[in-house]
Design a protein around this ligand. Structure first.
Ligand code: SAH
Length: 261
């Protein structure tokens, strides 16, 4: 199923294969929910409220962190992910917290508004879109996100700051996203085609994620090409930021009322 979003470098495993059961078991140690929540300080909840959002679909829910935060903040939430190990973990997290969150095991290419409905917001967080290597495939994914939105609906996509990473300035402060104290993140291969993150836990287990080093400017252009307007960006949750000195860049845009392409 991932082949459609495949890439030239056949040595890179599909995203679903990269999220192995044992890695996913460690995921919540990596992110440390309490610290991540404190680091975000309600940023996404505020952003969504400012835009009058009530319904939201989290299309890369992973272990369900944002689906849970948003549900607890009172939004109507649907969660999807194309990794069955991740989605199983998310469902476990929903159950543990006594939350009823509709969830679907779904690759982005299968996202279908006739099945899922239309939403006020689509969120794709935790640097997920960089799992798509090819520009054309990424555009198709963004159009799939667009199709899930009501006219004027809000898209929120974040990415690790590959501008700084490609310029040799990776620092991963540990204040946002991946906050766990038993985990550390370092870099393997980095070039214009591929970026490899090495996640080490207690200096024993090691997992590698290989993604496309998607530049903020590249993503901005593609968002605007796929039926969105009013693009804005934030660096580590600040509207005013230094591109060489932030871990994550968050992109927002509105579904245009005109038809894409
Ligand atoms: N949002 C979560 C998870 C981030 S990890 C968090 O912030 O913690 C990236 C997630 O994107 C993984 O769960 C992976 O399965 C999902 N993903 C990547 N490519 C996908 C695709 N083509 N379709 C559906 N999910 C995808």
């Amino acid at each position: 199923m991932n082949q459609m979003f495949g890439h030239k470098r056949n040595e890179v495993a599909s995203y679903a294969a990269q999220y192995s059961k044992s890695f996913v078991e460690r995921w919540d140690d990596l992110i440390d929910w309490d610290k991540r929540k404190a680091g975000e300080n309600g940023f996404f909840e505020k952003l969504l409220k400012q835009h009058g959002v009530r319904s939201v679909i989290d299309v890369s829910t992973g272990s369900g962190f944002h689906a849970v935060q948003l549900k607890e903040a009172g939004f109507d939430v649907v969660a999807t992910d194309g990794s069955s190990t991740m989605l199983t973990k998310a469902r476990e997290n929903f159950r543990q917290r006594g939350l009823q969150i509709e969830s679907h095991y779904m690759d982005w290419q299968s996202l279908d508004p006739t099945v899922l409905g239309h939403f006020d917001a689509v969120v794709c967080l935790g640097s997920s879109l960089c799992h798509v290597f090819e520009a054309k495939a990424r555009l198709t994914v963004l159009e799939k996100f667009r199709a899930l939105l009501k006219p004027g609906g809000l898209l929120v996509v974040d990415q690790r700051n590959f501008f700084a990473i490609r310029a040799g300035n990776f620092k991963s402060s540990g204040n946002y996203y991946y906050c766990g104290k038993h985990a550390s993140v370092s870099l393997g291969r980095v070039d214009q085609d591929l970026c490899e993150f090495i996640y080490s836990f207690d200096n024993e287990e090691q997992y590698r994620l290989q993604v496309y080093p998607l530049l903020p400017g590249e993503l901005t252009t593609q968002v605007l090409e796929s039926g969105f307007s009013a693009h804005e960006s934030y660096g580590d949750f600040q509207r005013d930021y230094d591109m060489m000195d932030c871990d994550f860049v968050i992109h927002t845009a509105l579904a245009s009322t005109r038809k894409p392409r």
